[in-house]
Design a protein around this ligand. Structure first.
Ligand code: G6P
Length: 615
């Protein structure tokens, strides 16, 4: 939700700001902008609506090139105020302060009224402009930029990651964060800030991850950090394991396509060192995990979007394998109700980014309701708000996921959740050694099986053209496949803008069957499991209403092809853990190719953002 990048260097900063914006575009692309302090210490700003390439085109067309050693930039996902030039960041107050912001200032209307009375004027509809004016006002009574920012932020409620520069202090950037991510990159030619380390990989691998409420003064050769109480602090420097190339497209056309095809390797990486001698390494969840999992009596899973769908699959596994009750709920609902959280609850947050605001807040709320619970986060981001707030962390090792529609993060979450169910089952003796071995063997076969499923791409691509003129689609599955159908429907909605719904196949007759006619494509998932015969009856019910159907089956499900029904075999005799992971693949490919045939922006679908760090 909005991306920030900035730096103070001994070189021209403009190219790095643009590169950083491109790398951060997954966080929003309603508008972008950058500002530098030029040689005479005056602001030089450009802004543009839409994607970063529009900003690049404006820059190229400008006669007088932008250049400076200090600058900040922003790519926006609009919350307050429509996507427009006036609402694009950076914002400026009184030609003295300029800033970029990620987050929401909830009390901005009160602050705005106060500032109007003080004589400030507003050129945008954003909540952000009040921050710039508040810092400018604070500068009247403070003698440094950092103390002005420290004073101003006292008046804000809400969340912020901020990069602030001032024409009166041309040698520094002030960075601060609360509820939104912000890292400092330490380079040889200067120091930098960004919402995500990926933006800075071309200039550094050394990062400082700011804590909640930290305020930092960043100069070319010196970084000074104060905590939220104003105490001088030293935060550890971490070396990033990410490679600059891992966030490039390589030979692929889209990040989503690249990430779909990376799944065999992503799963191998997720399993690596988590299994030894066909046995799960429980300490992979943290050194205290064994003690905690021994006592767990119920599991609560909290997540949003695709991560929520992964949680729904895990409920089946935890109840079936570990024999403990499991609830799954979307974070935006959970955080605002008064849930009962029993002792010995394992509270699991699932999140690719580790930064989704609702998930982070739900975790904080749960810890207040019952401080005795054990908290585990399963995330793809080692340095994130969720990892900092949780007792235990399990990293999915999917590698950077750039495409807004989640693919490899989802399947590696499923692998991680299977390991979790198996770990608790093993410790609580609900599975024996041979059952553990068989689950592990299934997981180890996944990369090969996914590879095989990916081979069906050409057939799926042909079917995708049928969706070009469709307005709706229905996805059917039973058991864990209902959650996978939900993920398939979400993927189609997200990137092709076709309305899609998922239903448990047995529930169809209680309403949605009324929607079925020749214009409503139905996509069904048919693994060879104990519900297969029931599913076959459900398919007959749909077929007899004239629907155009696509069935993704297990070779041994032996679905009889009929007129207007395409059956594609995806796999052969896979188990209850591996099946949902493998049947995700054709649904990802289908939505990818439908989006391509409709000509939508696959990696940056309208109105969405990869990481939703605002409520
Ligand atoms: C956004 C993304 C989804 C993602 C969801 C949760 O809506 O577009 O792809 O599933 O956030 O993100 P998280 O990082 O918490 O898994």
């Amino acid at each position: 939700m909005c991306g920030i990048v900035g730096g103070v260097t001994n070189k021209d900063i403009t190219a790095l700001l643009l590169e950083g914006l491109n790398r951060l575009e997954y966080r929003g692309y309603d508008s972008s902008g950058l500002i530098v302090l030029s040689k005479n210490n005056s602001f030089d700003r450009i802004r543009s609506v839409g994607k970063v390439r529009n900003l690049e085109n404006i820059l190229k067309a400008r006669e007088q090139k932008i250049s400076g050693n200090i600058g900040i930039a922003h790519t926006r996902w609009a919350t307050h105020g429509e996507p427009s030039i006036d609402n694009a960041h950076p914002h400026i107050s009184m030609n003295s302060v300029s800033l970029v912001h990620n987050g929401i200032i909830e009390n901005y209307i009160d602050l705005k009224n106060e500032q109007l009375n003080r004589g400030y004027s507003f050129s945008s509809e954003t909540d952000t402009e009040v921050i710039a004016h508040a810092i400018d006002f604070a500068m009247k009574s403070c003698n440094t930029l950092i103390s002005s920012v420290q004073l101003a932020i006292k008046s804000f409620s809400g969340s912020y990651g901020l990069g602030v520069i001032s024409s009166k202090y041309p040698d520094q950037i002030i960075a601060t964060r609360k509820g939104s991510p912000l890292v400092i990159g330490i380079g040889t030619n200067g120091n930098y800030i960004a919402s995500d380390q990926m933006a800075l990989l071309s200039v550094t691998k050394e990062f400082i991850f700011l804590e909640e409420g930290d305020v930092a003064e960043i100069k070319i050769d010196k970084i000074t950090i104060y905590d939220l109480n104003g105490n001088l602090v030293v935060r550890p420097i971490k070396i990033s394991m990410l490679k600059a190339g891992s966030v490039d497209l390589g030979n692929y056309d889209h990040f989503m396509q690249k990430e779909i095809f990376e799944q065999p390797q992503a799963i191998r990486d997720t399993l690596e060192s988590r299994i030894t001698n066909d046995s799960i390494v429980i300490s992979a969840f943290g050194f205290k995990a064994e003690k905690k999992f021994n006592k767990v009596k119920q599991v609560q899973i909290i997540a949003c979007g695709s991560s929520y769908n992964a949680g729904l699959v895990a409920k089946y596994w935890l109840e079936d394998i570990a024999k403990i009750p499991c609830n799954v709920e979307v974070a935006s609902e959970y955080r605002y109700r008064r849930p009962i959280i029993l002792n010995d609850t394992l509270f699991v947050t699932l999140s690719q980014s580790g930064e989704t605001a609702d998930t982070v807040e739900a975790l904080k709320a749960a810890k207040i309701i019952n401080c005795n619970i054990c908290t585990l986060c399963i995330t793809n981001s080692a340095e994130s708000s969720l990892t900092r707030l949780s007792d235990l962390t399990f990293l999915t090792h999917a590698g950077p996921e750039i495409g807004v529609a989640s693919t490899k993060a989802f399947t590696t979450q499923l692998v991680s959740l299977a390991l979790l169910a198996c770990s608790i089952g093993k410790l609580q003796n609900t599975i024996n050694r041979s059952q553990e071995k068989s689950i592990i063997n299934g997981l180890k076969k996944l990369p090969g099986l996914i590879h095989k499923a990916l081979h069906q791409e050409e057939k799926i691509k042909k079917l995708a053209t049928r969706f070009q003129n469709k307005n709706s689609a229905l996805f059917l599955g039973r058991g864990t496949m209902h959650a996978i159908a939900m993920e398939g429907a979400l993927k189609l909605k997200e990137i092709s803008y076709i309305h899609a719904e998922a239903y448990p196949a047995g529930e169809l007759k209680h309403g949605p069957i009324a929607l079925i006619d020749k214009d409503m494509p139905v996509i069904a998932i048919a693994p060879n499991d104990e519900l297969l015969e029931k599913l076959k009856s459900n398919l007959q019910e749909v077929k007899s209403r004239g629907s155009q159907m696509i069935v993704f089956e297990d070779e041994n499900s032996l679905i009889e092809p009929m007129e207007a029904m395409e059956v594609i075999s995806i796999t052969s005799n896979v188990g209850r853990i591996t099946a949902p992971i493998i049947f995700t693949i054709p649904l990802q490919l289908l939505s990818y190719h439908v989006a391509l045939s409709k000509g939508t922006d696959v990696d940056r679908p309208r109105n969405l953002a990869k990481s939703v760090t605002v409520e």
